[in-house]
Design a binder for this molecule. Structure first.
Ligand SMILES: Nc1nc2c(ncn2[C@@H]2O[C@H](COP(=O)(O)OP(=O)(O)OP(=O)(O)O)[C@@H](O)[C@H]2O)c(=O)[nH]1
Ligand SMILES: [Zn+2]
Length: 348
């Protein structure tokens, strides 16, 4: 009930000193309209966390006290203005385009925080939000993506998930769950046990790794939500494989290959274990394109972007790919790649 929501107190912003350079984790909180994202945020802020947390809302919603109090005090105007909440936490709203910039500006002005929580709008594709963090990963950004937390409405979640979309449109709810490192089913007080079980079973179809469910309202153990290190690649079971294949690839066939690898988990190593990619990068030579194409990806998310760099006249066209993850086998993956690319239009 909105009326009962407590307004966070707004206090004047104090000047803080900038500390040494430590990378700040960012947790993306996503979920369908009204699922309970702000409720989770408020909960995290009021819990004893001993962290200086910055909250970022990518747009003002209709719903919660947090959003309303901001909307009122800001009159929906300047998006990069920051407000200090209780516990030394900060809050602001940014647009995706200047998200990372806004965070960096803020840290320059206000000193570092320990943690950033980013609430997306209900219809957002969290992949687009997440991608803003990996672009700068190589450039030594001040922030890193810790995890994507998806809040699901126990009462309407099923309806959102199974809703048929017109051709060519993605189901946002399904996408938000597919990309989640952690899913939280909320509003469990509004459904009975069997409805809950049914939703949990359905949700599990969309989760490829690290499926965990915890329930709200309840005491969420913050250690289950924050500092997930979902995108860390420093543990021992991680392998890095690279390969090069000469020729130019069809963009369509490449997309199919990558989706089979990342989403369908079609490719297995010699032990029969599905290859799990956490990070992928590469430079591709794409048919009909004069410029080099860059591949970037994290977990199930990936992007192909044309770079400004042309293939030089004498330069041999080649595809260079790097995959980091578990159960990877370079030889097998290279063979799969070549066979996928030669499906129709040959890699010469
Ligand atoms: N019954 C019930 N209501 C809840 C629960 N959690 C949140 N709500 C209510 O659901 C409504 C939406 O919650 P929010 O936290 O604002 O959801 P949101 O995902 O941030 O919403 P948007 O930002 O507008 O997409 C509010 O009226 C909450 O009070 C719950 O566990 N049970
Ligand atoms: Zn919200």
């Amino acid at each position: 009930m909105e009326e009962e929501d407590e307004c966070p107190e707004l206090v004047p912003i104090k000047e803080k000193h900038t500390g040494p350079t430590v990378q700040i984790p960012v947790t993306i909180i996503t979920g369908y309209l009204g699922a309970g994202k702000t409720t989770l945020l408020n909960y995290i802020l009021t819990e004893q966390h001993n962290k200086r947390i910055a909250v970022i809302l990518n747009e003002f919603g209709e719903g919660s006290a947090l959003e309303k109090s901001l909307a009122v005090s800001q009159a929906g105007e300047l998006y990069e203005e920051w407000l200090e909440l209780r516990n030394g936490c900060l809050c602001c709203s940014v647009k995706y385009d200047n998200g990372l910039k806004a965070i960096e500006n803020l840290m320059e002005k206000k000193g570092k925080f320990d943690y950033i929580l980013l609430e997306t709008t209900g219809l957002a594709d969290p992949g687009a939000v997440a991608s803003m963090f990996w672009v700068d990963a190589e450039l030594g950004s001040d922030v890193y993506l810790d995890g994507i937390v998806t809040v699901i409405d126990a009462k309407y979640g099923m309806q959102h998930l199974t809703e048929e979309k017109p051709e060519g449109l993605i189901n946002e709810a399904a996408r938000q769950i597919a990309l989640a490192d952690l899913t939280i089913i909320n509003k469990t007080d509004l459904v009975n046990e069997s409805e809950l079980v049914e939703l949990r079973d359905t949700v599990s179809i969309y989760i490829y790794i690290q499926m965990k469910c915890i329930f709200l309202p309840c005491r969420v153990d913050l250690s289950q939500v924050l500092d997930l290190h979902s995108f860390d690649i420093s543990d021992g079971s991680m392998l890095t494989i690279t390969f090069e294949v000469p020729g130019s690839v069809s963009e369509d066939l490449f997309n199919i290959f990558i989706q089979n690898l990342l989403w369908e988990k079609t490719f297995k190593n010699e032990a029969g274990l599905p290859m799990a990619v956490i990070r992928l990068k590469g430079i591709l030579s794409v048919q009909q394109k004069q410029k080099k194409v860059m591949l970037q990806g994290v977990h199930e998310l990936y992007e192909l972007d044309e770079t400004p760099e042309f293939w030089a006249d004498q330069e041999p066209r080649i595809n260079r790919l790097v995959f980091i993850g578990r159960n990877l086998d370079g030889e097998i993956l290279k063979k799969e790649f070549i066979s996928a690319m030669s499906n129709k239009d040959c890699v010469e």
